[in-house]
Design a protein around this ligand. Structure first.
Ligand code: SAM
Length: 375
């Protein structure tokens, strides 16, 4: 893997710049103030601040409220189609993916939209202000938009769209709406008739999946599992028969616990842990749950991790009391009650919950009859 040089210190904050005129959509060269090619691997998620509940212009001192600029002349709306003349277009919500580590992953189109949007809704104005500064995008009006102020902020953003402003939404890193705020705003914009355009960008889920070597044609993204062991194992138990490749996000301090639960609930499946994707210390650890567990027990994980796990082998629908009994026993050993185990296996196998529950109580050595009536 090619490594990149370490990030340089954040540039000092510059004064607000005037808004650039809207350019026709043509391939554009990165502006002269774009970051150097060799300063492309900062940890964009390394925010050491709490999400402030304040508006800001990146370029203005942190947390300072910026006077709202007069609304711009409405630009022609696009009717929900990708614009072919000017972007960003007034009255449109742009969902913009930002780098998950490597600043060079910001596309020219994303850059233009962020440089020219009337305002940018972001989880943490300080974090995004620094990121935008690093990207050479300065003087934007930033509005905090996160789980704790979503309800209050939403009407303001919808009003901005209604008044003809081009609004961009970003998260701390990656795609908004993927384990990050964004989906509620997109749904509200659509309900209110505003065009929504996603400017595709980096996403840890897809980056980890396609580099894992595990089947990527069909997959199941579960985001973060519950932090507490019991609910996490229960969720994994419910996924044990999922045949598609599974993808999880996990915090580094919970990775070993997740791997232990994967082993107890799903067995020693094929697995890749993608750590620090797109960054200087990018690493893939596998090829199985046990191998990754041994590695991370010896070398505690640092940085950000996405876990990709092979799906279950297809289940035979025939009534095999020994195999079914073993699956039930594994579910119970994983923490489910007998009733929950029977219900879980019924959902996965198509067999009746009542018959599976009876199987759990069968005398060892006795083979219950096939409930579907096959000889
Ligand atoms: N919206 C983001 C996206 O599109 O990927 C995900 C945000 S979620 C709050 C953060 C989680 O994504 C991290 O805990 C980690 O599991 C995963 N992640 C983010 N950046 C990563 C990276 N560079 N390498 C591996 N996993 C990453």
């Amino acid at each position: 893997m090619e490594s990149v040089k370490s990030a340089e210190p954040i540039d000092p904050v510059d004064p607000v710049e005037p808004k650039d005129p809207v350019e026709p959509v043509e391939p554009v060269e990165p502006p002269a103030n774009a970051p150097d090619a060799d300063t492309n691997a900062p940890d964009t998620n390394a925010s050491d601040t709490d999400a402030p509940d304040a508006d800001a212009a990146n370029g203005a001192p942190t947390g300072e409220r910026q006077e709202h600029q007069p609304p711009p002349e409405p630009r022609p709306a696009t009717g929900g189609k990708a614009p072919d003349t000017a972007e960003p277009s007034g009255g449109t919500l742009y969902v913009v993916g930002t780098p998950i580590g490597n600043l060079e992953d910001l596309s020219p189109r994303s850059r233009r939209v962020l440089e020219q949007a009337d305002c940018i809704a972001c989880e943490d104005t300080r974090h995004s202000g620094l990121l935008l500064n690093r990207l050479g995008i300065r003087g934007r009006r930033l509005l905090s938009f996160h789980a704790h102020n979503e309800a209050a902020r939403m009407p303001q953003l919808l009003e901005a769209l209604a008044s003809g402003e081009a609004v961009a939404v970003i998260s701390d890193a990656g795609l908004p709406g993927i384990a990050d705020p964004g989906e509620g705003l997109v749904a509200a914009a659509r309900r209110n008739g505003h065009p929504v355009i996603c400017i595709p960008g980096p996403c840890a889920l897809t980056t980890a999946l396609v580099s894992s070597g595990l089947p990527s044609g069909r997959f199941c993204f579960e985001g973060f599992l519950p932090a507490r062991g019991g609910p996490r194992r229960e969720r994994l138990g419910a996924l044990a028969r999922e045949e598609r490749t599974l993808v999880f996000y996990e915090a580094p301090h919970r990775l070993v616990a997740l791997l232990e639960d994967l082993l107890s609930q799903l067995g020693n499946r094929p697995l890749q842990v993608a750590r620090e994707l797109t960054k200087r210390h990018e690493q893939q650890v596998g090829p199985t749950v046990e191998a990754a567990l041994a590695h991370f027990r010896a070398t505690p994980p640092l940085g950000e991790c996405t876990v990709v796990v092979g799906g279950a082998e297809p289940v035979s629908l025939c009534w095999d009391p020994i195999a079914l009994g073993q699956e039930l026993a594994a579910l119970v050993a994983g923490g489910l009650s007998r009733r929950e185990a029977a219900r879980t296996l019924a959902e996965r196998s198509g067999h009746s919950r009542r018959e599976l529950y009876a199987l759990l109580h069968a005398e060892p050595g006795t083979v219950p009859p096939d409930p579907e009536g096959d000889p």
